[in-house]
Design a protein around this ligand. Structure first.
Ligand SMILES: Nc1ncnc2c1ncn2[C@@H]1O[C@H](COP(=O)(O)OP(=O)(O)O)[C@@H](O)[C@H]1O
Ligand SMILES: [Mg+2]
Length: 334
C-alpha cells in the first residue's frame, strides 16, 4: 500500500509538471497491480487523496484549475484501469467456477459409466463361475469316501461359492438391489465366516468372540464378504497383527443407556490412513492402490451392506498406528 502511494504520488507529480503520457501509463499499470494485490476500490480511490496532500506539502499549487485538471486525469487513469482489471478478475473467477461445474458433471458421468462397466464384468464372472460350482459339485458326488482330493475339491467349491456371493454383492450394489436380511446368531456367524476366510488370506488373524448367541438381521454371505474385504485391506496395508472382535454393547435401559447393539471390530497394525485418505476411504471407486490392486469398491460395499442392515460403520485410523473399522448393528427384536 505504501509503495503504491509512493508510485502514484511520483507519477502524479511528473504528470502535473509535464503533462507527458508516460506517467499516465505508469498510473494505469498501478491500477491493475492494486487489483491483483486485492486492494479494495475504496482504498485505491484513497490513494488519490494521499498523493494530493503530498504534492501540496511540496508546495505544488493544487488549487489551480490546470493542476486540478491534470490531477483528475491521473485519478481517472487509476480508477479506469483498476475497474477494468477488476472486471477481468471477476470474469476469470466466473470462468473458473464454470470449469469446476463442468468437471463435476464429467466425474459424475464417468462414475456412472464405470458402474455400468463393473456391473457387466461382474455379470460375466458370475456366468463363468456357474460351471466351476456345478462341476465341483458333481465331482464331489462321484468321489467315494474321503481321499485327499476331496478336501481340495471342497476348498475349490467353497471358494467358488464365496466368489459368487462377492460378485452378487457387487451386482446388487451397482444395481442398488437389496435382499432382505435374516435373523442370525451374530457371534457364531462371524466365527463361521472367519473359518471360511482363513485359508484364503495370506496372513493369520486373531478372533475374539465374546457373545455367540445374540441375533441380528443380516446375511451370512454378505457378512463373509465384509470380513474378507476388511481383512484384505489390512493385509494390503502391511499389517502383521489383525484381530476380529465381537461384543454386545449398550442395552442397559435401567441406567438410561443406548439400545443394545452388536459390535464387530476389525483392527490392524498396518500403515493406517492420513486424514485425507480416511475422509474418502468409503467413497465408491476411491483407491490409493495401483491399478489392478484395488477397485476402491471394498469399503463402499461394506458400508452399503451395513446400511442395509440398519447399522453404522465407524473408521478410526492414523498413519503408522493402524486402523480399526467398527460395525454397530442393532440387536433383532424377540
Ligand atoms: N485397513 C486399512 N489400512 C490402511 N488403509 C486402508 C485400510 N482399509 C482401506 N484403506 C484405504 O482406503 C482405500 C479404499 O479401500 P477400499 O474401498 O477397500 O478399496 P481398495 O482396497 O480397492 O483400494 C484404500 O485404497 C486404502 O487407501
Ligand atoms: Mg479393499
Amino acid at each position: 500500500m505504501r509503495s503504491l502511494l509512493q508510485r502514484y504520488t511520483a507519477g502524479m507529480a511528473t504528470y502535473v509538471a509535464t503533462a507527458a503520457e508516460a506517467p499516465l501509463l505508469d498510473i494505469e499499470e498501478l491500477g491493475r497491480l492494486a487489483i491483483t494485490d486485492d486492494i479494495s476500490l475504496d482504498e485505491i480511490a484513497g490513494l488519490h487523496e494521499g498523493a494530493a496532500l503530498a504534492l501540496s506539502d511540496r508546495g505544488v499549487p493544487i488549487n489551480q484549475p490546470e493542476i486540478i485538471r491534470r490531477m483528475s486525469a491521473c485519478l481517472s487513469a487509476l480508477m479506469v484501469s483498476a475497474a477494468v482489471a477488476y472486471r477481468t478478475k471477476i470474469d476469470l473467477l466466473e470462468q473458473h467456477r464454470q470449469q469446476e461445474r463442468d468437471r463435476t458433471e464429467r466425474d459424475r458421468q464417468r462414475l456412472e459409466t464405470l458402474g455400468q462397466f463393473v456391473g457387466s464384468v461382474a455379470h460375466e464372472l458370475n456366468n463363468l463361475l456357474q460351471p466351476v460350482r456345478g462341476m465341483t459339485e458333481l465331482m464331489l458326488a462321484d468321489l467315494p469316501g474321503k481321499p485327499p482330493e476331496r478336501a481340495d475339491l471342497e476348498t475349490v467349491e467353497a471358494c467358488a461359492i464365496q466368489a459368487v456371493s462377492v460378485i452378487q454383492g457387487i451386482l446388487a450394489y451397482v444395481r442398488r438391489e437389496t435382499i432382505a436380511p435374516q435373523s442370525l446368531a451374530f457371534g457364531a456367524a462371524v466365527a463361521t465366516a472367519c473359518t471360511f476366510i482363513r485359508p484364503m488370506l495370506r496372513e493369520p488373524f486373531e478372533v475374539a468372540i465374546r457373545d455367540h448367541d445374540t441375533r441380528i438381521l443380516a446375511l451370512q454371505g454378505e457378512l463373509t464378504q465384509i470380513l474378507l474385504n476388511l481383512l484384505q485391506n489390512a493385509v494390503q496395508a502391511g499389517a502383521t497383527r489383525m484381530r476380529v472382535e465381537v461384543d454386545r454393547i449398550g442395552g442397559d435401559w435401567a441406567v438410561g443407556g443406548a439400545p443394545a447393539r452388536m459390535r464387530l471390530r476389525v483392527t490392524d497394525d498396518g500403515q493406517g490412513m492420513s486424514a485425507a485418505v480416511a475422509a474418502r476411504a468409503l467413497d465408491p471407486y476411491f483407491t490409493t492402490k495401483e491399478s489392478g490392486q484395488g477397485t476402491g469398491l471394498g469399503l463402499a460395499i461394506v458400508r452399503s451392506i451395513v446400511l442395509g442392515w440398519s447399522g453404522d460403520l465407524q473408521l478410526q485410523s492414523e498413519p503408522g498406528r493402524g486402523t480399526t473399522i467398527s460395525l454397530l448393528l442393532p440387536v433383532a427384536a424377540g
